[in-house]
Design a protein around this ligand. Sequence first.
Ligand SMILES: [Zn+2]
Length: 443
Amino acid sequence: MLYSNMLKLLIILLVSSGLVSCDQSPQRPIGTTNSSISPLRPANDSITIKKGEVKSGQGLFQALKSISIENVWALKLINQLRDEVEFSKIKVGDKLEATFKNEELIKFSFSQNPVETHTVTYDKKQDKWEYSLETLETFWRPRTLEGELRPDSTLEGDLIAEGLDRSVVNEVVNVLLCKVNFRMNARKGDRYKVLLSEQIFEQRVVGTKVLFTSYEGKRAGKHEAFFYEDQEKGSTYTAHYTENGQALINSGLRYPLSRLHIRSSYGWRTHPVTGRRAMHRGVDLRGRVGEKVHAVAAGKVVISSYNKYAGNKVGIRHKDGSTSYYYHLSKRGVKVGQWVRSHQVIGRVGATGRVTGAHLHFGFKRPNGRWMDPLNKRMIATPKLSGEKFSKLTFQIAMIRGTLADLEMSKQSKYLVARINDLNILPEREDKLAKLTNFITEL
Ligand SMILES: [Zn+2]
């Protein structure tokens, strides 16, 4: 009995150590230690913890598999966590941990940064998974970067030289690319300024928000972009905007037709053919038979087929894991597996399937597989913020400008204080200068 348990342990150790990355501490089955010391008692439940991290080229399923979580369980976990974790943003180095009790998964943790750990724990009595989020204490610190292009420098190069993370540099450059054609119009002497908010944990930057970007040049003109953060977590409205609310999203989606006229919107409606109330998982766009249908973004064709409801349909999976759908086509111009460019013609408007007339039914699925109103996908219908969202943007811009002014002032006062200390101060003037120094520092 004891031998067979020890053998099992040994196998678990060998198998798991081969699966996890090399910097992990050896796997330790908890709970078995005591019982294996005492020869009188048989081993209790065997608990195994497997740790791993996402490696280059791995998707979520492969990463889960590397810590012995099979696809059936992976799907259950993703279902439990999909409102909390953006799995589409999975990246190399994300940490995973699974706890097994008698080879059954009882706990799973996932963290994309050192300060946030998402955990689901299985409650056997209630046959339910419990979600919890552990957050370590951090603080956000503003930081400005500004400079001037030299004869042989670029904005990208300058920011990388400042030690900014590649993803942050890309964000800044992509925002400005909406307004500035760097290849044509960047010149030496062009000025840039970036305001970041850096999340600090144990003196390390663990997260960065790009709050403000500006660029000014003789040929490029003057441009400013402000970060708008929507209240709703994961909102597609969270992005960079100009002061008057125009979205600055370089990789934005295009329209599937050259004109956009909505015949029937997303949501519950009385079906035009069956007369029953049904969920309409897309929008119907007016179009004439034969009119060109364009891919809204680059991607891979995952569906090109016919069925009696959707007629000729095409589905394209995009880089972020979302999928766009085009139904009732008269002609399909692409094959499954084919890669398409943004705005490439993929078929023609038609009236195939269960329809009352020619139109394009356009649908959109989030990376998590849920349908969404395609008109809520940013850049399809809302290139501009309006109403309440615009008011919030205005408020956030005021905050950003306030922070910029504060930082500017503290920079100038620090400079003055430094200069004052450098001066040879006469005794009778010392008091006055000390007061002045205090005053400036308090600014
Ligand atoms: Zn439709």
